[in-house]
Design a protein around this ligand. Structure first.
Ligand code: GDP
Length: 296
């Protein structure tokens, strides 16, 4: 079993690299390894099939087989196709002018890193001379309100919360109304998460979406959860029409498979990625860098 997509693709391509002159049969064997490693790295079956048919068509072509360095050509083809699958990426948060209030709605399953990412985004916005307001709309988990206040203090941003209500729609709506008075130009709504997607959560998020009309809706997914991240991206996108996905926990030994599938399955680009627990660990998502990392 391959430990990761990187290892899997790495060894598949190494076996191709070892071959001086390739026959179509050699090439097809090598490509089978690539296919297996994609599936083992949690790239969905449909995505893998589409990917492989594009790769195969090019890789078994006369030009590649007869070239002096066929394996390098295949590596190039795989790289380019991976980049194409994950891109193009628009890193802009589509913020309005500072005299208006831009509302960013953050959603995601519990534990995905949503609250932490709200803090990271707030920090990034401050560094870009914006004035964020963090809004504690995760009323399911009382600790989430405290967590957001701590993050707000760390980055030097105000936090809007209301412990007297159990109505997250009212909290978000009041926060957006108060934003101007609090001197904020960008509102970040930290909405509720659940361990699993359920109708109640989607209903609640749908009501916030309708009432507050956020300018951008971003989903936070845990990159370590593989196919589950892809499934949740699909469900959230069906319910909310996402503008972007932020994939967390891409530091360490995470599989790249989810990053490949999310864009293909939802059509929504990954914009940013979380690469650690600290507030500065938020990076723009670059398909070329991710493809390079996957290929090792
Ligand atoms: P929420 O339930 O979705 O709001 O999740 P939290 O923001 O509370 O994060 C859950 C855990 O994941 C916390 O321990 C965070 O420190 C951790 N976490 C969040 N983002 C990252 C990341 O990019 N990398 C790593 N390694 N940990 C992260």
């Amino acid at each position: 079993m391959f430990e990761s997509l990187q290892d899997g693709l790495g060894s598949a391509l190494k076996s191709l690299r070892g071959q001086g002159k390739l026959s179509e049969a050699n090439m097809r064997d090598g490509l089978k390894l690539i296919e297996r490693s994609l599936l083992e790295a949690d790239v969905s079956y449909e995505v893998t099939r589409t990917f492989m048919s594009r790769i195969t068509e090019q890789a078994v072509g006369e030009a590649v087989l007869k070239s002096l360095k066929p394996s390098e050509q295949v590596v190039g083809i795989v790289y380019k196709e991976l980049v194409d699958l994950m891109g193009p990426v628009d890193h802009s948060l589509h913020l309005k002018g500072k005299d208006e209030v831009t509302v960013l709605m953050m959603c995601g399953l519990q534990g995905s890193g949503k609250t932490t990412t709200c803090g990271k985004l707030g920090r990034m916005l401050i560094s870009r001379d914006r004035k964020p307001l963090l809004v504690a709309a995760d009323l399911q988990r009382p600790a989430a309100i405290d967590q957001l206040h701590v993050l707000g203090e760390q980055i030097g941003a105000p936090v809007f919360s209301d412990r007297t209500t159990q109505d997250p729609v009212a909290v978000c709506n009041n926060a957006v109304k108060e934003a101007k008075k609090l001197g904020a130009d960008t509102v970040i709504l930290d909405t509720a998460g659940r361990l699993h997607i359920d109708d109640e959560l989607m209903g609640q998020l749908g009501r916030i979406d309708k009432r507050c009309s956020p300018d951008q809706v971003y989903l936070v997914v845990d990159g370590m959860t593989g196919q589950d991240a892809v499934n949740s991206a699909k469900a959230f996108n069906d319910a909310l029409e996402l503008d972007g996905v932020i994939m967390t926990k891409l530091d360490g030994d995470t599989r790249g498979g989810a990053a490949i599938s999310v864009k293909e399955v939802t059509g929504v680009p990954l914009k940013y990625m979380g690469v650690g627990e600290h507030l500065e660990n938020l990076e723009e998502f670059h398909p070329d860098r991710m493809a390079g990392r996957i290929l090792g």
